[in-house]
Design a protein around this ligand. Structure first.
Ligand code: ATP
Ligand code: MG
Length: 427
């Protein structure tokens, strides 16, 4: 038997309604904040990610699905959305638009060759936003607020926002020297990756999952102590805006995030729900003032975040939040006999034409079996049409919630249902 590839999953109807609910919360929230959707290709030139994500990152070194196409180009299934969004911003000269920042969001599958565990897949769906073209610290606060809003609207309560500043280039260079001095004497106690990072990008040692408990980690020089005046005051303004928005945060000087291109604001949103597994990070993001230039555009500062829908749904489960399935059918039409079935087809069509969801039995089962079916499908109304009803030009309509049953004229079926559905909606 052929099964799904490791790290991927089928989302069956009993789950897909949850995805749809969350996706519509996301789209509504983006609309309220006036972020517009961008759709970019699922694969890109490999070079976009080696340059845009950074070749010292786990993503580029270990996790990319890279292949040669028949024209011998090296292509990669996108592992994240920022590089593609920034590429499009540059390629379509969105930096020339009069209104900056350009506020974009994306939602779609990403691919990373990772070890599968709860909350970690090889194909997962990321929602992310990017605000490109402004260095205003108020934008940082807006971006964080949008992410928090999505989680709150979905029903999550146990959330923690963790914040750090990575400073500007000058601050980072000073900090980098201090890190090298700190780790060098005992670097042989660290993993091979960290030994390489010491030279290339020592900051990333702090993000190592293998060595996170080494005693030198806790005592490492903190970037926040190396921020120059401009970086420090930028960070203060971001915090002041978050305070103004009543968004609480914790400071974590070791939060560096996995991608190379961040500077200034870096943040993660975690779930603090007790039922949650080992992976508690729901979303991560930050400012990337050099990325647009790195990808061939003018100097345009940007900030964004990404979250996966998979982890959002896991967090909802951990907190015991249930999402309602609003896709249950309004009307289940039961026809008993050949001529009633012919009429039932017409009724189902007329209901559907009016936007009332309706279905009928296609197995010619007995009344009882069809009633059970309607029950399982959580139909709101059951319409019963037998030979007797048909010859009297009537139909039985039963409201499942109340058990109330009425004999209605056949020609009034649709208007009766419309009236009932309106009442339901206004309740
Ligand atoms: P982690 O430290 O968990 O590997 P990361 O730093 O690789 O995370 P990002 O690249 O910043 O994560 O991606 C942002 C968000 O995307 C994460 O916070 C998480 O919600 C989600 N995410 C990342 N990788 C996966 C995955 N393999 N499966 C599901 N969700 C993922
Ligand atoms: Mg990762």
């Amino acid at each position: 038997m052929i099964k799904v590839p490791r790290g991927t999953q089928d989302i069956l109807p009993e789950q897909s309604f949850k995805w749809q609910t969350v996706e519509s919360i996301i789209r509504d929230t983006c609309n309220v904040y006036q972020y517009k959707e961008i759709r970019t290709p699922i694969f890109e030139h490999t070079e976009l990610f080696t340059r845009g994500v950074g070749d010292t990152t786990d993503i580029v070194q270990k996790e990319m699905y890279t292949f040669q196409d028949r024209g011998e180009r090296s292509l990669t299934l996108r592992p994240e959305g920022t590089a593609s969004t920034v590429r499009a911003y540059v390629e379509h000269k969105l930096f020339g638009l009069p209104d900056q920042p350009v506020k974009l969001y994306y939602m779609g599958p990403m691919f990373r060759y990772e070890r599968q565990q709860a909350g970690r897949y090889r194909q997962f769906v990321q929602f992310g936003i990017e605000a490109i073209g402004s260095a205003d610290s108020a934008v940082d606060a807006e971006v964080i607020a949008l992410a928090m809003d999505v989680y709150k609207k979905a029903g999550l309560k146990n959330l923690k926002l963790v914040l750090n500043s990575l400073g500007d280039t000058e601050s980072r260079t000073a900090h980098k020297e201090a890190l090298v001095a700190h780790f060098s004497p005992r670097i042989d106690e660290f993993c091979g990756d960290c030994q390489k990072r010491l030279e290339k990008n020592p900051l990333r040692i702090l993000d190592c999952k293998k060595d996170r408990d080494h005693e030198l980690m806790g005592t490492a020089p903190k970037l926040t102590d190396y921020l120059n005046e401009e970086s420090a005051s930028y960070f203060e303004r971001v915090k002041a805006y978050l305070d103004a928005l009543d968004i609480p945060y914790e400071l974590d000087p070791n939060l560096v995030r996995g991608l190379d291109y961040y500077n200034h604001t870096a943040f993660e949103i975690m779930s603090t729900a007790s039922g949650f597994g080992a992976i508690t990070t729901l979303a991560g993001g930050g400012r990337y003032n050099g990325l647009v230039e790195d990808l061939g555009g003018p100097s345009s500062p940007g900030i964004g975040f990404a979250m996966s829908i998979e982890r959002l749904l896991l967090a909802l489960e951990a907190e015991g939040v249930t999402l309602e399935d609003s896709s249950a059918s309004d009307a289940y039409v039961i026809a008993l006999g050949d001529s009633p079935k012919l009429e039932a087809m017409r009724i189902v069509k007329n209901l559907r034409d009016e936007g009332i969801s309706a279905e009928m039995d296609y197995a010619d089962r007995k009344l009882k079996a069809q009633m059970k079916s309607a029950d399982r499908k959580k139909a709101k109304f059951v319409l019963i049409l037998g030979e007797d009803e048909l010859s009297n030009q009537t139909i039985q309509i039963k409201e499942m919630a109340t058990g109330e049953q009425k004999l209605v004229g056949l020609s009034e079926t649709v208007s009766y249902m419309q009236q009932k559905m309106n009442k339901e909606e206004s309740r």
